[in-house]
Design a protein around this ligand. Structure first.
Ligand code: PLP
Length: 363
């Protein structure tokens, strides 16, 4: 029998699909389509397939490579590019996606031209920056004028709507006020172009609490959801929004013990800096049983972003390729070769699923 290699990310596809369906159903009940955002797990095709099977209207990613892989996996959905396109990726954006989020006239012009070359109609959503200060038109008059220009002059583009992004750079909450502001802007666009827009996109996972609370304004009819489906950790943790109906353990990080010994908890010698040049503080708790794992920062980022499933285990720290955990108070006796399981947060799942040394396994 082949030896199972570690570290690995294990994906429970049934739990993931259940998560997708739960969000799609709750949004659908109030007239909201879901663009399922697959970038949080590097767009792993087996996971992307669950986003489609669970009923997402669009399969969305910031990265064309992931969309290409999802297409190759045979997913029969429309694909949405959610990072405003680079001028250098216009050809592939038209080839691989059906709809994109946009904030620059020059890009829209290039998309229009390339869509013409490829004989396609490409759908666009114009982004409004409502204060989070990442992508989007800041000047609302400029967005309205741009919408009118797309509508009348760019024959190979179809203006589908307006949308916003919140809670990313500027940490701005998706309040009902922000939603109303977006709807008012959409209605200005509608007045300018003389028709209704198909979509008003009210943001991402951080907008879900408004849906749960039943206060999402009726005209918001599109959300782009990633973390809320993959892990559903951030909403209960940071937004006081219980998500008990979701699996938070659809993804598991597994790492192998490569050394297990009793050692002092405080380093011995002159303290300088760690492997990454940082000054660290160490607590002296005497001699403790510590396990060394064959996984490190290269694989998941920050050791504070992985969470042992078993009780009594504590992550002490890490270097590039090693993680040190205290197992002194663990429920069971660990030995060399044992495998420890961890939960992710958004940061660690993004890194782990993007790391070529971490195997991806589905169950
Ligand atoms: C990443 C991203 C999303 C998804 O965000 P989640 O918080 O994972 O739901 C939605 N929209 C845009 C523009 C994004 O970049």
């Amino acid at each position: 029998m082949a030896v199972e290699r570690y570290p690995r990310v294990e994906i429970d596809l049934k739990k993931l699909k259940s998560n997708v369906k739960n969000i799609v159903d709750r949004c659908g009940a109030v007239g909201i389509d879901v663009a399922g955002v697959i970038k949080g797990c590097n767009g792993i095709p087996e996971a992307a397939v669950q986003f489609a099977a669970g009923g997402c209207k669009y399969i969305a990613s910031s990265r064309l490579e992931q969309i290409e892989a999802a297409r190759k996996a045979g997913i029969d959905k429309e694909f949405m590019l959610i990072r405003v396109p680079m001028l250098s990726e216009i050809v592939d954006a038209i080839k691989l996606t059906d709809i994109s989020l946009n904030s620059e006239r020059e890009v829209l012009e290039a998309l229009n031209k390339e869509a013409g070359v490829q004989g396609k109609i490409h759908q666009v959503i114009l982004m409004s920056d409502l204060g989070d200060l990442r992508e989007g038109f800041w000047d609302k008059d400029e967005l309205v004028a741009c919408a009118k220009w797309v509508e009348t002059d760019l024959k190979n583009l179809k203006l589908m709507g307006v949308a916003t992004n919140l809670g990313c750079y500027g940490s701005i909450a998706a309040t009902v006020d922000k939603m109303e502001e977006l709807i008012a802007l959409a209605e200005r666009v509608e007045a300018a172009i003389g028709r209704k827009l198909a979509y008003i996109g009210g943001g991402a996972t951080t907008s879900l609490p408004r849906v749960m609370e039943g206060v999402m304004p009726a005209r918001i009819n599109l959300l782009r959801i990633g973390e809320g489906i993959l892990l559903s950790r951030d909403l209960p943790l940071f937004y006081n929004c219980p998500m008990d109906f979701m699996y938070q353990d659809a993804f598991t990080l597994k790492a192998e013990i490569i050394e297990i010994k009793d050692k002092p908890s405080h380093p011995v010698g002159t303290i300088a800096v760690d492997a990454f040049g940082r000054k660290q503080v160490y607590q002296d708790r005497g001699i403790r049983k510590r396990a060394l794992l064959g996984i490190g920062k290269v694989d998941y980022g920050d050791p504070g972003d992985i969470f042992p499933r078993a009780k009594g285990i504590e992550v002490l720290g890490a270097s590039s390729d090693h993680t040190i955990v205290d197992v002194e108070n663990a429920d069971r006796e660990y030995k060399l070769g044992d495998v420890l399981e961890f939960d992710f947060n958004y940061a660690s799942i993004v890194y782990a699923t993007n790391c070529p040394n971490v195997r991806i396994v589905t169950i």
